[in-house]
Design a protein around this ligand. Structure first.
Ligand code: GLY
Length: 420
């Protein structure tokens, strides 16, 4: 099978790694990829958000399957352009990706499908923001309606900060969604969808705040682990029944079938499970731990989803191991990450048992020196018989990496490991 993978982050490196370990994959290509992905795939300097360019590359490569990683190409219509050439695509159409591309649209679909979620207020003026803050009280949850590369959401009890975030979105011509705050731990559950059938993966937990003990600003995610020993039994079946399947049915009813990953971001509140957000793709960094635990070869499963055959596949198989990933972030991430610092120690990190280092924001200079090139730079991932062992290995790997000015959290999976 010839596969073209679209994207450039650590999530795509995790996908590339899993695909490269599948014996059914004869050629793996990535557009544009990154220096880590280059170890397992042939890179092509094509703009991932250009539908025509990606479709033409897929045809040129005679790809059997295109897998689209990030949200921006999906919302830009990359999956539509590839599908129009007749090549199967794992990734939703531009219209179906609006489940992520517009928070207001997602809320409307959830209401139609009776999916439990926080009450939203869509605001286009400062007066509406103030009314929404009065109605819901603190903490205030303020979201950019559109895609904002992980910077769209502010959760704060400081009303002035909430107002400033909302007004900044309005000033940039955007729309704001203010929501009721959902208490309780958060869970990410990725559901593979073929337009009709839903196959859940194993749940994971992400750490969104920049610093230990959930302090600091929101980020794209600073680490993740799986499984969740504390999760209630039956959670996955409940989410498929009450969230993913009704959403997939509603999207099919509207003539915009959802094919790809429906990322259910959930809060387990005192009133029951609620959707915090939908995304139309795998999560980053949760994918790094979920795929590390998946024993079933990945390519056949993604192909079955792309071809509408998920109902035919055997149940997925999972390793018993736990997995932990820790994100090494650049100085000043998330505000204004510094780029261009040299990275060393990756080979040494990978000498720690089970550790693999996935690249996100990295680049090679003309001499072949590996440099930081983004906010989240590396995802250091490890397996272990227990969460405790997986964390020890992941942190042993992190400690061998040298990136001047970098920071990472020291408490990824710590509480879950203690309680397990
Ligand atoms: N880990 C959060 C996200 O992928 O959006």
């Amino acid at each position: 099978m010839i596969i073209l993978l679209v994207g450039t982050g650590a999530r795509e490196h995790a996908l590339a790694r899993a695909l490269s370990l599948d014996p059914a994959v004869t050629q793996l290509h990535a557009a544009p990829g990154n220096p880590g992905i280059a170890d397992v795939a042939t890179l092509h300097g094509v703009d991932a958000t250009n539908p025509v360019a990606v479709a033409s590359l897929a045809s040129q490569l005679k790809a059997d399957l295109v897998v689209v990683g990030p949200e921006a190409p999906l919302v830009a219509g990359v999956a539509d352009a590839v599908r129009a050439t007749g090549i199967p695509v794992f990734g939703p159409s531009g219209q179906a990706a609006m489940l992520e591309g517009s928070k207001a649209f997602a809320k409307e679909v959830m209401a139609a499908a009776n999916v439990p979620t926080a009450e939203p207020r869509v605001c286009t003026t400062t007066a509406q923001l103030e009314e929404a803050f009065d109605a819901f009280g603190a903490p205030h949850v303020v979201k950019d309606d559109g895609l904002a590369a992980g910077k769209g959401v502010v959760v704060t009890s400081d009303r002035a900060e909430a107002l400033a975030h909302g007004e900044a979105i309005l000033a940039a011509g955007g729309v704001v969604v203010v929501e009721d705050f959902l208490d309780g731990p958060e869970v990410s559950l990725f559901c593979l969808c073929d337009g009709t059938t839903v196959v859940p993966l194993q749940p994971a937990q992400d750490f969104k705040r920049a610093y230990d003990a959930d302090a600091g600003p929101n980020t794209g995610g600073m680490g993740a682990y799986s499984p969740l020993p504390w999760a209630p039994e039956g959670l996955v079946a409940e989410v498929v029944r009450d969230v993913a399947q009704p959403t997939v049915d509603e999207m099919a009813r509207r003539g915009t079938p959802f094919i790809g990953v429906l990322y259910c971001g959930l809060a387990l509140t005192s009133k029951g499970t609620r959707v915090v957000e939908f995304n139309a793709r795998f999560g980053d960094p949760e994918t790094q731990v979920v795929l590390a635990r998946l024993a079933t070869p990945l390519a056949g499963v993604l192909m079955a989803a792309a071809q509408g055959r998920l109902a035919e596949i055997d149940p997925l198989e999972w390793r018993d191991d736990a997995a932990v990933t820790v994100v090494v972030a650049a100085e000043n991430y998330p505000a204004d990450p510094r780029k261009g610092d040299p990275i060393t120690g990756i080979d040494e990190a990978e000498q720690v048992e089970t550790v693999h280092v996935l690249h996100a924001g990295t680049a090679l200079d003309a001499d072949g020196t590996l440099l930081s090139n983004g906010g989240r730079v590396l995802s250091v991932t490890a397996l272990g018989a227990t969460l405790t062992e997986a964390r020890e290995r992941a942190y042993a790997g992190v400690d061998r990496i040298v990136l001047p000015g970098s920071h990472h959290r020291r408490d990824i999976a710590a509480k879950a490991a203690e309680e397990a």
